[in-house]
Design a protein around this ligand. Structure first.
Ligand code: 5AD
Ligand code: FES
Length: 364
């Protein structure tokens, strides 16, 4: 049943009319309409970016963090976790592994640390990884908000992509997700994203889906934000409670995990229809809810997977949320399992390729 004047899911997709109101209709699509949305987005992906999925080997360098986001398991106030810091040799070994396995690119991520020692260390590691891979391994960074000069140093050292999630494009909701201490402002986050773009990074952002207090309209606005910001890459996934955070108990009106999962797939699908040439990640949080979550996201439009190549013994300490998958495996086990999994999703891995966002390389 549709109200007079409102377009159907089918019409919205055929007319490519992604107004706020229409995005809300798509996000609410259930049953056959919902399946149609996922199917059309999958087709759009095959037509525009093809059936290749590109790998970014994820190295979780350290879980030490200066920030205190209410939702995150490695927040500064969580005294229950063992803080670790990989040695340089461990990071280089993981990078070498990614290179040998033809992953094409790595992502180095950690909690937010801003001191000079850390900055210089990352700079050195970027240079060493470029050297060991004869300049071939693409390097994406995910180290949160840093100053302009730091972003520039790391870019000059050889990193060319940066991930910084906006978490929510609604400043009011952003404020509810972060402490009001002057160090977690929406404006700072937006300024950092602008800097990254200006410096020349392929810039990625994203949001969590199903956070306390979030509405469907907020999610529609998030998708419009990605488009208006002309983003190159997006990683987004369901919010999952972590026991040792202030957000450990689901709010009374919060969606069940299955609902957050379905909404996340629809977010991926709608974004693929709105921005056909960008890179969209099938995120690990999806896999935490459904063992085939990443493959389902690939079917609905995602084209990037970030297999965890952090040495196994540390993985249990980088728990951003409950039930994070594959934390007891060694990297060697991941690589083999991915080919089989992706064959299920009618896709193949783009081994040895950077798989840059076409949106970026085509100059938008
Ligand atoms: N559930 C889901 N995603 C989370 N992140 C942090 N905590 C959680 C959580 N509890 C996401 C944030 C962050 C990224 C590295 O992980 O979006 O940007
Ligand atoms: Fe580390 Fe949010 S808790 S950046």
């Amino acid at each position: 049943m549709y109200l007079c004047g409102m377009l159907t899911v089918n019409e919205i997709i055929e007319q490519k009319n992604f107004s706020r109101e229409n995005i809300v209709t798509l996000l609410n699509a259930e049953g056959p309409d919902g399946l149609f949305l996922l199917k059309r987005a999958g087709e759009q992906k095959l037509n525009i970016v093809g059936n290749k999925v590109y790998l970014r080997g994820l190295i979780e360098l350290s879980n030490i963090c200066e920030k205190d986001c209410f939702y995150c398991g490695i927040r500064k106030s969580n005294k229950k976790i063992n803080r670790y810091n990989l040695s340089d040799e461990e990071v280089l070994k993981a990078a070498r592994f990614a290179f040998q396995e033809k992953f094409g690119s790595i992502v180095i991520q950690s909690g937010e640390v801003t001191n000079e020692k850390f900055v210089a260390r990352i700079e050195k590691l970027i240079i060493l990884i470029k050297e060991l891979s004869e300049d071939k391994l693409g390097i994406t960074l995910s180290f949160g908000e840093q100053s302009e000069s730091v972003y520039r140093r790391w870019f000059a050292a050889g990193a060319h992509r940066y991930l910084l999630r906006i978490e929510s494009s609604n400043p009011v909701l952003y404020k509810k997700l972060h402490p009001d201490d002057g160090h977690h402002t929406f404006q700072q986050r937006l300024a950092a994203l602008n800097l990254l773009k200006e410096i020349g990074y392929q810039t990625g952002t994203g949001v969590m889906i199903g956070t306390p207090g979030q509405t469907i309209e907020d999610l529609a606005d998030d998708l419009l934000f990605f488009r208006n910001f002309d983003i190159d890459m997006v990683g987004m996934g369901p919010f999952i409670e972590h026991n040792d955070t202030p957000f450990k108990i689901p709010a009374a009106d919060s969606l069940p995990l299955s609902g957050r999962f379905n909404l996340s797939l629809k977010m991926v699908a709608i974004l693929r229809l709105m921005m056909p040439t960008i890179n969209i990640a099938a995120t690990t949080a999806l896999q935490a809810i459904d063992p085939l979550g990443r493959e389902k996201a690939v079917m609905a439009g995602a084209n990037i997977i970030m297999p965890n190549i952090t040495p196994g013994s540390y993985r249990n300490n980088y728990l951003l949320y409950n039930n994070k998958p594959c934390t007891d495996e060694e990297p060697e086990q991941c690589a083999g399992c991915l080919d089989a999994r992706l064959a299920l999703a009618d896709s193949e891995i783009g081994y040895g390729e950077w798989g840059d966002s076409i949106h970026f390389t085509n100059g938008k």
